[in-house]
Design a protein around this ligand. Sequence first.
Ligand code: PEP
Ligand code: MG
Length: 581
Amino acid sequence: MSEILRLEGIAASPGIIIGPAFKLRREEWIIRKQKISEAEIPMQIQLFEEALIKTRHEILDLQKRISEDMGKDSAQIFEAHLLVLEDRMLIEEVISRLKTENLTVAYIFQEVLKKYIAVFSRIEDDYLRERVSDINDVGKRILRHLLGKEGRGNLLANLEKRVILVAHDLSPSETAIMHKENICGFVTDVGGKTSHTAIMAKSIEIPAVVGLRQATEMIKNDDLLIVDGSLGLVIVNPDEAMLNSYHQEEDKLKGITQKFSLVKDLPALTPDNYKVTILANIELPEEIPSVKLHGAEGIGLYRTEYFYMNRKDLPSEEEQFVAYSSVAESFSPHPVTIRTLDLGGDKFISQLEIPREMTSFLGWRAIRFCLARPDIFKVQLRAILRASVFGQLRLMYPMISGIGELEQANKILEDCKNELNAEDIPFNKDIKVGTMIELPSAALTADLLARKSDFFSIGTNDLIQYSLAVDRANEKVAYLYEPTHPAVLRMIKNVIEAGHDNNIEVAMCGEMAGDEIMILILLGMGLDVFSVPSLAIPQIKYIIRSVTMEEARQIAHQALTLSTGKEVELYSQNRLRELLK
Ligand code: PEP
Ligand code: MG
């Protein structure tokens, strides 16, 4: 009988799932030590040479594409990668060990690679130490050719039975393909509640727990797992009694879901007749049927960057136009809010093809990237404008830091409108253009931004991480990520007031808008639109329909007098409990 383990992590996507574990290992650990005969050595050397050539072609090809798409500077990083490929010491060590150790070239190469990485990691010189990631990147490419695999995506695509994935980390683009595969849940060592991997899990409605730290160490392949994505708990090899109690828990959850779904198609109207709007966040057009089923009154955030992922080229204007117009049409006359490209941070075009400066949340991402690359930005803006005649399409810019960026973005939008006019292509001339409030600088200058925006949408996932200096994807600092922090509440209040003073609608599309603990406070502060993962819609409507606006205002007022996030959380939890009992 295997040992029963209880692992606590971060609740990333709600629901309970029971099933066998499938470990997705990091590439360096999947190569077994395998003996070969003397006669096989020349073939292994040939395999190695071919892998080096293929990797070289791959990098040159990538360098060319990145240089065309993002400029020469971005492609510069591949020069260092090419140098690694020409490193005689590395190549000769692999070949000489191959001739003496009678082991596969993949295994030997991996060993040599590990040694190199260890040596470089210990070097004092910053420049040389930074070469570690170049060696790592190139090494993985060579290994993939040696193993004849296309990477983890392929591994996921060939699963024969339904499994729960156990991984150190998963990228949002890896998560995005899960709904098409035999994966019914996942758990990871790292990650935070509002990382895009967690957000994607909610969208495709599979339970997930992240930030478990030791999941890959403690869980073995085929261990039976209970994943409780609502509590952030994983039970490994549960006994009969635990399984029974979880089956009962599943039934209870079903009962609660049914209670909420009774109101899902009703308006979010308080008993004293104050109405707010409930919209959905989507990442993929495939989510639309589920969004409608959960009772959304439109789309408040369409994260378009997933269009750019899991592919090698950039999406064309035509392709984007077809997708945006079909989403707009399917919700017409309700609003569909397209968020312009927000690449960077934890969202990459592809794991391997991104210049390093874009992978920081503080780096060259979102609107910064779009303003620097109007050629890429304009393709999307033209597609959005063209699609705007098919419904109530609106657009909004991510990561705006102040008036300057908003004006620059609008100038490019104006250029696109002029081009379309000249080409006689129809578009909605009065398309609403909103600003996402995700930076403290934007929240504090909301009065200025409001004068130049048709609406605001508060992106709390980023606003919280930047206000509290807490990386949203890092489990080690997750305890500091507090939506209830007084600083966050004050900023939100400021944004709502600035919006209303200027007669514009204020929406929120960060995960906070779907957090049950926050609903009463946000409602009481006067938030007009809650845009949330579709799963959360019935519950939000239920809560809003249970409280008068007068009570909600009083709750918000009281919450704003408290001095810590914990106090606010406890207070709000108690008020919610009283209300729903
Ligand atoms: C946010 O930051 O709250 C937001 C909605 O954008 P994203 O989660 O995609 O960064
Ligand atoms: Mg954001």
